[in-house]
Design a protein around this ligand. Structure first.
Ligand code: CA
Length: 233
């Protein structure tokens, strides 16, 4: 038996939401519709769906902010729905970590094809990373936003946690100074590299990491930082 994929549809236009939902249900997916960003984040902070279909124009929140919020702690695939004249919005959504976009109006076949492709791309990486990051004695529980070192919980401030979460989301890869500043402090913060130095130092202290002999957070001089890749299981 194959597990049915859970799809969260975030769309305030009932006709489009119903159209997508029907297409998905007819093809073996389980879908759930919400009409606001607040409901989307509430659901995603509990049990994550397998994929999020996100309309950028919601009544209560900017879709771009929703992508940013989700990407601070999850790699759940996101397909963005946008209007035809929103080229800049599409680019921004992809920069923020959306996996793909569809321009309204779109056909059912095209929609299902995009969903399949995105799910196939993430198949490999979805094994452990949704729930927790584990490397040596460091465990980051992404669902509960809890961090432990050697079995002892480490209390982080929200900013320290967000910084760690951005590094963990790209474990094993370099994350640039600009990207870290942008993800944690918001757009326009790219010049404030002193924030980053201070917070990386604090994070290292709390994780018991020695910058001269790092085990967790590695400095890539002039480029950024990298957190060690996850343990192979
Ligand atoms: Ca809308």
């Amino acid at each position: 038996m194959t597990l049915q994929r859970q799809v969260l549809i975030v769309e305030d236009e009932p006709d489009i939401a119903q159209f997508i939902s029907a297409a998905l249900e007819n093809n073996g997916y389980v879908s759930r519709i919400v009409g606001t960003g607040v409901d989307c984040l509430r659901i995603c902070s509990g049990k994550l769906p397998d994929i999020v279909i996100l309309d950028l124009g919601l009544p209560d929140m900017d879709g771009q902010e929703i992508i940013r919020a989700i990407r601070a702690w999850s790699k759940v695939p996101i397909i963005v729905l946008s209007a035809r004249d929103q080229e800049e919005q599409k680019v921004l959504a992809l920069e923020r970590g959306a996996d793909d976009y569809l321009t309204k109006p779109f056909g059912m076949k095209e929609f299902l094809a995009r969903v399949r492709v995105v799910l196939r791309h993430v198949n490999r990486r979805e094994t452990l990373q949704e729930a927790a990051y584990c490397s040596r004695d460091l465990i980051v529980d992404l669902a509960r936003r809890k961090v432990s070192v050697g079995g002892n919980e480490t209390r982080l401030t929200p900013t320290e946690y967000n910084l760690l979460a951005v590094l963990v989301a790209k474990a094993g890869q370099i994350v640039t100074h600009a990207e870290l500043l942008r993800e944690v402090w918001g757009r326009g913060s790219e010049e404030h590299s002193h924030y980053l130095r201070i917070y990386i130092q604090r994070l290292r202290q709390k994780l018991g990491d020695d910058p001269l002999y790092p085990r967790h957070i590695f400095t890539e001089p002039g480029i950024g930082y990298r957190i060690s890749a996850e343990d192979e299981t």
